[in-house]
Ligand binder design. Structure first.
Ligand SMILES: *Cc1c(COP(=O)(O)O)cnc(C)c1O
Length: 423
């Protein structure tokens, strides 16, 4: 079966991968619950939910059932001028669980496009009102996706360096992490003005930036400041949505609610690509007109794909079950007990947790960066022991599917402890 890896190398270009030096990819033949099965018979505990998308485990029978029914009914239909049951029902059910100020659902097909749509809605909102605003405020180290608009509002890094000249100007605030709250608020007072169209954040947890966490009170204060100038607030919940932070949405921790929200990743339980941008009635209304030029001219071929919507509905059935909510609390509780154990290691620093998300820094090597070699040591060590984690530089984190058992978590914790005793 190494054959498949060789064939892959001959024809495939992988994401975020230096193809010259990367080892051959691992062929996976099957998934069940939190376990991925390799072609060579090895098993991997998927402790990062396959790039943060999986909520209920792999090949979940309920999602598979709903999806196969939909596949035999309607696989796709153009979404301009036409609609279908899964899209309407999903919008209704999403709005029922999102903050009450969210009024309309716009579909696309991934997290980056959900962000692009939110930015375009925000810019065109001001344009349609006849009061164009040019500026955007975002947080340093933010990640909002890899398309150009999403990259522009992301923290500037080695990843975006080749494209820097092509990204629109954005003003960045540092993340208001512990100890920095006051300084960031002071800086925000300088930045927000009535020329700012939008303020975009990953609420409470900046994922790709290194699982940087901060408190709801500070974000509420930032949102209030932005509001004084009418700035539209965009909550990018592509990663934090659907229970990861312990509540259904990170926004549920906040008093101030965003005007626009972006969802993807866990939306379909990790089964299909789907993106959603939601907005308030006021934003939607700014596009209503007999003048066609006020239309939001944006769409994708696979907008509101019925299969993806059916998967999202099935995933939501599972997410809202009592047993899933209990599992989320159980994982959070176990992680917090493990965090106390981690605190006794001198090679572990900056332990942080929000709901099911647990992250900490490995305090070895000269500096903290994505390219830190401790990353490779940790990745190889854990993978060899059948635990799939993908450190962000020297930041190790856990983002398990909610079906992960206590036994699987304990096994994972033990491998992490062994790693700490090795490095
Ligand atoms: C992953 C991610 C995105 C981009 O989503 P894709 O589906 O990978 O394009 C956007 N925002 C956040 C917060 C993310 O974590």
């Amino acid at each position: 079966m190494n054959d498949l890896a060789e064939r892959d190398r001959a024809v495939v270009w992988h994401p975020f991968t230096q193809m010259q030096t990367a080892p051959l990819p691992v062929p996976i033949v099957r998934g069940e619950g939190s376990v991925l099965y390799g072609a060579d018979g090895r098993e991997y505990l998927d402790m990062i939910s396959s790039w943060w998308v999986n909520l209920h485990g792999h090949a979940h029978p309920h999602i598979a059932q709903r999806l196969s029914e939909q596949l035999n009914t309607l696989e796709h239909v153009i979404f301009a001028g036409f609609t279908h049951q899964p899209a309407v029902e999903l919008a209704e059910r999403l709005l029922a669980i999102l903050p009450p100020n969210q009024a309309k659902v716009f579909y696309s097909d991934n997290g980056s496009t959900a962000v692009e749509v939110a930015l375009k809605m925000a810019f065109q909102y001001w344009h349609n009102l006849g009061q164009p605003r040019r500026k955007v405020v975002a947080l340093e180290n933010a990640y909002h996706g890899d398309t150009f608009g999403a990259m522009a509002v992301g923290g500037r890094s080695a990843f975006s360096a080749p494209f820097a000249p092509f990204l629109f100007d954005v003003d960045f605030l540092p993340a208001p992490v512990a100890g920095q709250e006051q300084a960031v608020l002071e800086q925000a007072k300088e930045l927000f003005s009535d020329d700012v169209a939008a303020f975009i954040v990953e609420p409470l947890v900046q994922g790709s930036g290194g699982m940087i966490m901060y408190e709801p009170e500070t974000l509420d204060a930032l949102f209030s400041l932005a509001r004084q100038y009418g700035v539209l607030i965009i909550a990018d919940e592509v990663m934090t949505g659907f229970g990861r932070t312990g509540k259904l949405f990170a926004s549920d921790y906040l008093r101030e609610k965003a005007d626009l929200m972006c969802l993807s990743k866990g939306l379909t339980g990790g089964t299909m690509a789907l993106g959603v941008t939601t907005c308030t009635q006021a934003i939607y209304d700014a596009f209503l007109s007999t003048d066609k030029l006020r239309t939001l001219f944006h769409g994708h071929s696979f907008t509101a794909n019925p299969l993806a919507c059916a998967a999202a509905l099935a995933s939501m059935d599972l997410l809202l079950l009592d047993e899933t909510q209990v599992a989320i609390r159980r994982i959070a509780q176990k992680n917090s007990t493990f965090a106390q154990r981690l605190a006794t290691y001198s090679t572990v620093g900056n332990i942080r947790q929000r709901g099911t998300l647990l992250a900490f820094d490995l305090m070895v090597g000269e500096e903290t960066s994505y390219f830190n070699t401790i990353r490779d040591v940790a990745y190889d060590f854990l993978t060899a022991r059948g635990v799939l984690m993908r450190p962000l530089g020297n930041v190790l984190y856990l983002m398990p599917p909610y079906c992960t058992t206590d036994e699987q978590l304990d096994y994972t914790y033990q491998q992490i402890i062994d790693l700490l005793q090795t490095i």
